[in-house]
Write a protein that binds this ligand. Structure first.
Ligand code: ADP
Length: 372
């Protein structure tokens, strides 16, 4: 796996029961996955020679992020290396402009959008629709809300152009909530679909995920799952695909973005589904039969643990574990910095209000924002 973050750490964990030899290309030895994987190469994924040397020892390579340059992946494929998902698919997760163009081509509903040249062009884009505000995004390099601006005038539109990469303008969607439809597809075309979840964002960062999305109509749920399966098939995705969606006030769903790797909106599956997203990603990239994606409980809630004021989160375990013996804690081994994702918790049960409260309490207590 290329990339040493928490997604690689948890993918490695899912490969252990299958006896899979997991090799990692990581930026630093301190990265979340590099701390726990025994076979680690430290190096820069942007350097083709480093990638080549790493990949030549592997039967198949996969990724914990979408930042590897597409031309490097094409070079690896030309060397005969199995790259999953392949560059033809992954370019749509790497570049939001490529993604929007392709999804529109295959008839997937998206917010109104186009590439804009400069702030004056943003004003023209606004005038072509309902005016400002407009959402601007750098087409590559964004994550957790970085690389996304909501601008209310031409004067506010300068910053996105400073990065020197193309800028995508989108209508600001009036959504009631954000959903995610997660599917896994194998190279020979088997696919499984997880229940559609609600993802609650705070300051551009995923805060809570509720599985399944409460009060989602059967019709929209089926539409969302079908959309994700269609995208996976049309784009030739191998592995886990997260399709982030907006549910609009008038009852439609629009695609926000795609991630072709295990995703934060699927962390609930570790404890709440028969087969986790990580286990199914491993199965898919190895072209093994996929596992059952159905939920184990009526409700599962995942809450992210963000870094707070207190560097030692482990002293909170005593309280959290004693208060809720069903609580599942997943920490990433990362240094605590304010606002940084350092772990998550999963809770499950029959009563949604209770399941939500337990997840919220544990995440807040681990962060240190509450003390009892
Ligand atoms: P990232 O690469 O950071 O995940 P996203 O494209 O998912 O970037 O945008 C981050 C957040 O910004 C979304 O979760 C959503 O809340 C908001 N957002 C993005 N695009 C739009 C849009 N067109 N209309 C309204 N809100 C948006």
């Amino acid at each position: 796996m290329v990339g040493g973050g928490q997604l690689a750490r948890m993918t490695h964990e899912a490969g252990i029961p299958l006896g899979i030899r997991f090799k990692l290309l990581s930026d630093t030895p301190q990265d979340s996955a590099a701390q726990v994987v025994s076979d680690v190469v430290i190096g820069d994924y942007r350097d083709l020679a480093t990638l080549r040397a790493f990949a030549h020892g592997c039967d198949v390579i996969t990724f914990d992020h979408e930042h590897v340059p597409t031309e490097h992946l094409r070079a690896l494929e030309a060397d005969g290396i199995a790259v999953r998902p392949g560059p033809g698919a992954l370019q749509h997760a790497h570049d939001k402009g490529v993604m929007r163009a392709r999804l529109s081509e295959i008839g997937v509903p998206c917010p109104r959008h186009r590439i804009v040249a400069d702030p004056a062009d943003v004003t023209r884009f606004a005038a072509e629709g309902d005016g400002f505000p407009v959402v601007l995004k750098t087409v590559v390099g964004g994550y957790d809300g970085k690389g996304v601006w909501v601008v209310r005038s031409e004067d506010e539109a300068a910053d996105p152009f400073l990065a020197g990469v193309p800028v995508l303008a989108e209508e600001k969607v009036d959504f009631v909530r954000e959903l995610a439809a997660n599917v896994v597809r194998s190279p020979h075309g088997q696919a499984v679909s997880y229940p559609v979840v609600e993802s609650v964002q705070v300051n551009g960062v995923c805060d809570t995920v509720i599985a399944p999305a409460p009060n989602l109509s059967a019709d929209l749920s089926a539409q969302a799952q079908q959309l994700a399966l269609t995208i996976a098939g049309e784009l030739g995705v191998v592995g886990h695909l997260a399709v982030e969606l907006f549910e609009t006030r008038d009852g439609r769903i629009l695609v926000n973005e795609l991630a072709m790797r295990p995703h934060n909106s699927g962390h609930w599956t570790q404890d709440g589904a028969i087969t986790s997203q990580f286990a199914n990603h491993v199965r898919a990239v190895l072209d093994l039969p996929l596992g059952d994606p159905r939920p184990r409980a009526k409700w599962t809630v995942m809450a992210n643990v963000l870094g707070g004021e207190f560097p030692d989160m482990y002293s909170a375990y005593l309280h959290c574990m004693a208060r809720d013996p069903q609580l599942k804690i997943h920490m990433y081994g990362k240094d605590v910095k304010p606002g940084r994702k350092v772990g998550h918790v999963n809770t499950y049960g029959d009563d949604l209000a209770d399941v939500r409260e337990r997840a919220r309490h544990a995440a807040d207590y681990l962060r240190g924002t509450i003390t009892e």
